[in-house]
Design a protein around this ligand. Structure first.
Ligand SMILES: Cc1ncc(COP(=O)(O)O)c(C=O)c1O
Length: 412
């Protein structure tokens, strides 16, 4: 048997007839950009997420770039301001920040959830406040960017409280968690159920083909309730123009095309159903994977996890840190030999990438000055050594998930 990590062909075929019809409709309409398909999808996606605005754009990285850039254009932030973000994420989260001359402040995840650790965020904010009061050092942290990594809700009430207390913007990177839900406690203690993408001040979404809501090419969106931010993002993604041939900002061409918008609007109708299938696959993995070399991340309620990916950690139970990549890579190769595709998310953390090795903000690398001179990110580095993502998709079949589990349980 073969179990591909993800077959996009099968994913598209799930709703193939409707997708084909939507694509043909756009082709035959003769209208390919900034038309009715974008308007419809933006309205439907904003309704689905629960925000006033949705602005389609070229991809998820651009969505993040436009959010930060819009805050700068609106005078809410300035280059040189700092943004707290998880150290363990896809590099696009960092790039959206650094592209705008903002400074990443990397925070470790909690090992059991793999999501950003709110206690460590608090430690940083408290320390900055102390430095401000004692030494008059300006605190330039202006925002927290949470990433709902792997499809798991990263929001916690404490993060919301910290944003209120320190007057920080909360930006969500929702590239991996379309359809996920959070229980959010408001200022007055009331609890609301809110979709990720509508929790913070703004959110970036990616519709890269492999995502839970994936296009047939690149696509992205920003969701927000902030009118001024929405207007700035819409202009920035359209050359900086709000009115034809009049340019308020130096923007770029970063539009979502009509074919992708039409495809996304079809797939949006089935997103919850597709996510339920992912949750059933995940439930099977949680209930049946049983191997001392494998640790599963803490199981969340299904509402709080749409299982974009199913990460496992491969390491000896006695070790606190990683084993080095040996054991994880051995499992990867063994599964591949048996026809099962797996992928590492991600083998090199952003702060260890060559592109950031000389970045002035990067104080997280092993320091030539010796132990303790740099701030280290041991959990993030351990995850890069031990993480492996199992096959996960809305079309994975029963026999396939059973086969994957049997192989994993037999791995020594
Ligand atoms: C967490 C995260 N942020 C941002 C992005 C960027 O999205 P895109 O590939 O559409 O630019 C991705 C996906 O690729 C992602 O996984």
């Amino acid at each position: 048997m073969t179990v591909p990590f993800l077959s996009l062909k099968d994913v598209t075929a799930l709703h193939g007839a409707e997708i084909n019809e939507a694509v043909s409709r756009v082709i035959n309409s003769g209208w390919y950009l900034q038309g009715e398909e974008n308007a419809r999808f933006e309205r439907d996606y904003a309704d689905y997420i629960g925000t006033k605005h949705c602005i389609g754009c070229a991809n998820g990285l651009d969505a993040l770039i436009w959010i930060w850039r819009a805050y700068i254009e609106l005078g809410v932030m300035q280059p040189g301001d700092e943004v707290i973000l998880p150290a363990n994420t896809y590099i696009a989260t960092h790039l959206g920040i650094t592209e705008n001359g903002l400074i990443p402040v990397c925070v470790e995840p909690k090992e059991e959830t793999l999501e950003i650790d709110e206690d460590k965020i608090e430690e940083i904010l408290v320390k900055r406040e102390e430095q401000r009061v004692k030494n008059g050092i300006e605190n330039r942290i202006k925002a927290i960017c949470i990433v709902h990594l792997y499809g798991r809700c990263a929001y916690t009430d404490k993060i919301g409280e910290l944003c209120r207390k320190y007057n920080l913007k909360l930006v969500e990177d929702n590239a991996q968690a379309h359809g996920c839900v959070a229980q959010v406690r408001g200022k007055n203690g009331e609890v609301k159920t809110v979709r990720t993408g509508a929790i913070g001040d703004a959110a970036g979404h990616s519709f890269y083909p492999g995502k839970n809501l994936g296009a047939l090419g690149d696509g992205g969106a920003v969701t927000t309730n902030d009118d001024a931010l929405a207007a700035a993002v819409r202009a920035l993604a359209n050359y900086g123009s709000q009115k034809k041939y009049v340019f308020k900002y130096t923007g770029r061409n970063s539009r979502l095309d009509e074919i992708q918008a039409a495809v996304l609007d079809v797939k949006l109708k089935y997103l919850d159903e597709d996510n339920r299938h992912r949750q059933q696959v995940a439930a099977y993995y949680y209930d049946h994977i049983d191997n001392p070399l494998i640790t599963l991340p803490k199981r969340l309620d299904d509402a709080n996890n749409v299982y974009h990916l199913f990460p496992i950690l491969v390491k000896s139970p006695s070790l606190q840190g990683g084993d080095g990549v040996g054991l994880r890579n051995r499992l990867h190769d063994y599964l591949a030999e048996h026809g099962v595709g797996t992928v590492i998310h991600y083998p090199i953390p952003p702060h260890m990438q060559e592109c950031y090795k000389d970045a002035a903000w990067n104080r997280y690398l092993p320091s030539p000055l010796g132990e303790g001179a740099g701030e280290r990110l041991p959990i993030t580095e351990m995850l890069a050594e031990c993480e492996l993502s199992l096959p996960m998709s809305p079309c994975l079949m029963t026999a396939q998930k059973e086969y994957v589990v049997r192989l994993i349980n037999e791995f020594k």
